[in-house]
Structures are given as C-alpha cells and as structure tokens.
Design a protein around this ligand. Structure first.
Ligand code: GGG
Length: 361
C-alpha cells in the first residue's frame, strides 16, 4: 500500500491507560496498514510533573492528527487549583460532540438469556450539560453551584447522530424480519423542566424527520432500571452528557464489563477513541489490565479512517477492522482471559492472542 500514512496521536494518560494503549498500538502495527504513530502526554500524572493536565503541544498534535487513541485519566475527586479533566477538555476543544458507546454480548459472557439479545448503543452528548465546568461556590464555601448548560444546537446535532445511527444499524442487519430501528430519548424533563425539557423537545422534533425509526422516551431513572433488567428492549439511546456517562457504565455490565467496552468520540473535524474504563489505580502496574476494550477502539478507529480513505485502500482498512473485531470475539470465547473475566492471563498474553488470531484466521 503506497498511500501516505494516517497519523494516529496516542495519549496513554494515567494508570492502565499506559498498559492497554500499547496493546492497541501493537495490534494496529501488526496490520501493516500505512499508519504513523505519535505519542503525547496528558492526565493527572502529567499535571503533577509539568503543571499542565493537557499541555498545549498535546492539544496542537490532536488537532492535526487523523485520529486520537486515548487511554484513561484519573482526576482526583477533590478540587486541585489549576487542574481540569484533560479528557473533558479535549472533547470540548476538538468539538467531539458525539460519544458513541456500543454494548453487545458476543459471545455471551453469562448464561442469562437476556445477555444474548443485548445489542445497543448509548449516544451521549459530549460537550455541555454539567460537564461545561460552570461551577462556583458562594456563602464563603457553604454553597456550591453548578450550571447545567443545554443548547438547541447541541441537542439537535446529537439527536441527528442517534437517528442516523439507528437507521444505519437497521440497514446493516439486512434481513426483512430484523426489528425496526428504535431511538429512546432519555431525560428527566419532569423535574429539570428547562434543561431536559429543551433536550426532549428538540430530540422529538428531530424524530419527525425519521418516520422509519421508532421513537420512545424514558426518564433517566426508569432507563437505569430497564438497562439493568430488560436491556434487550433498547436499540439506540440518546441522552445528555452526565446521564450518558452513567447509563453507559450500567449498560456495560451486559457486555462483559468495562474491560470490553470501547467508545468513539466524534465531531465534524476530529475523532478520538478511548476505552470506557478509567485508569483503574487498583490494578495499574500489575500488567493484568484487560486490553480488549482498547483493542476494540483500534477497530473503531480503523473504521473511521476507512470512511476517509481513498477508495483504493478503504476496503482493506475496513477488512482489518473486521479481522480485529473477529479476533476479539474469538479471544472472548476461547481465552486467554484477564482476571476481570475470571482468568489469570496478563495483558500481553491477551494481546498476543488477538494478534495471532487476526493474522492467521
Ligand atoms: N477512558 C475513559 C476514562 O478515562 N474515564 C475516566 C474518566 O472519565 N475520567 C474523567 C477524569 O478523570 O477526568
């Protein structure tokens, strides 16, 4: 392949991000595709070393890369002067407004028959809501206030992503008896009348343009319960930033847990891929982190590059993504498994197994 290489900016971040991202890079390198890797720093440990959680050179490199592969960040829960979450900032700076978090159980990790029918995507608005960072204290610190920002523009564009995705998923199922596409709009408009009220109204307006997609709506607390008890009823869930953060972790329980959950952060100009899991300080440094979520991100990243690649190489890039996903399914079924999946394999053994399967099947 003689096409100019795509530039992938790799930001391992904190904790197990530094263990699982090299695994994903090893998988991408094994494809032999024209990819050029650059590495940059960000995160809590970076802040402690340099005073910057997201150094300007990291942000500049992210702006020029074809895609970013991000590991994890471990922000402290207590306030630290000058510190802001670098991943929340990156999503906003790059206008990565759509956070796409698929959950499926293939092969099923549990005997529960519901697990076999789980195939859903949480589409989370990624740039505003309580994560807009408008917080202040009053009364000499006795009162803390956070402003929740919901705009028509952000609600409209995320709803459109959800409906387009539902339509595309239905088309990809490619059978007459496949269930219809469905989008569930999740909010708390009965209490948060202005903010969730706006999000709900705009999402329902967008739904009018998609008569082929079933639309329903659900309060966020009901959705949490339904995700825990009837996950098979969902296709695409669209919701605001904080609700999406929480609900996608709940949903992950049906996909074998956080060690298997990959996500894409997409905007018009940029794309960033990261495992849903965090830095996992309890296991960091032990070499036992599950790399499959990060390797799944590598597959999502290739699909993204394929959509932008010249027609002569796009099919090969797509094919490698499919091979990686197939290898992940194989290793999920046959092992080796890291401790989160009940095994005792180390990160490198799982990575090697994925690469071996991907290159030989
Ligand atoms: N890879 C996703 C990740 O790092 N999740 C943890 C998270 O969102 N942390 C936010 C933060 O620590 O700033």
């Amino acid at each position: 392949m003689s096409a100019p290489p795509f530039t992938i900016l790799v930001i391992p971040g904190d904790g197990i991000g530094r263990e699982v991202i090299p695994a994903a890079v090893a998988v991408l390198q094994a494809t032999g595709l024209p990819l050029r890797f650059a590495e940059a720093d960000a995160g809590w440990e970076c802040f402690q070393r340099s005073g910057e959680a997201l150094p300007p050179e990291t942000l500049a490199a992210a702006r020029t890369a074809d895609a970013v592969l991000f590991g994890a960040v471990a922000s402290p829960s207590h306030p630290v002067a000058g510190y802001r979450s670098p991943i929340v900032r990156l999503r906003r700076e790059l206008d990565l407004y759509a956070n796409i978090r698929p959950v499926f159980d293939d092969p099923p990790h549990a005997d529960d028959p519901r697990a076999r029918r789980v195939d859903l995507v949480v589409v989370r608005e990624n740039t505003e809501d309580l994560y807009a960072g408008r917080e202040r204290v009053e009364d000499g610190g006795a009162t803390a206030i956070a402003e929740r920002v919901i705009t028509r523009r952000a609600s409209e564009r995320i709803a459109r992503v959800a409906f387009e995705l539902a339509r595309a998923r239905r088309a990809a199922r490619n059978t007459n008896d496949a269930p219809p596409a469905k989008v569930t709009i999740v909010h708390k408009a009965n209490v948060l009348r202005e903010t969730c009220g706006l999000f709900r109204a705009v999402a329902l307006e967008v739904a009018q343009a998609y008569p082929d997609v079933q639309t329903d709506e659900m309060l966020v607390d009901t959705c949490a319960l339904q995700l825990a008890t009837r996950p098979e009823r969902f296709d695409v869930i669209v919701t605001t930033n904080l609700f999406g953060d929480i609900l996608s972790d709940v949903a992950c329980a049906w996909g074998g847990g956080l060690g298997l959950a990959s996500s894409a952060n997409l905007g018009e100009q940029h794309a960033l891929f990261e495992p849903v899991h965090g830095a996992a300080p309890d296991i960091a440094g032990k070499g036992i982190a599950n790399p499959l979520a990060a390797i799944g991100c590598a597959a999502l990243l290739l699909d993204h590059l394929a959509r932008r690649a010249p027609p002569d190489i796009a099919p090969a890039i797509h094919a490698w993504s499919a091979r990686i996903q197939h290898a992940i399914r194989h290793v999920r079924a046959a092992g080796p498994h890291t401790p989160d999946l009940g095994g005792n394999a180390v990160t490198s053994e799982v990575t090697d197994a994925v690469i071996a399967h991907m290159l030989t099947s």
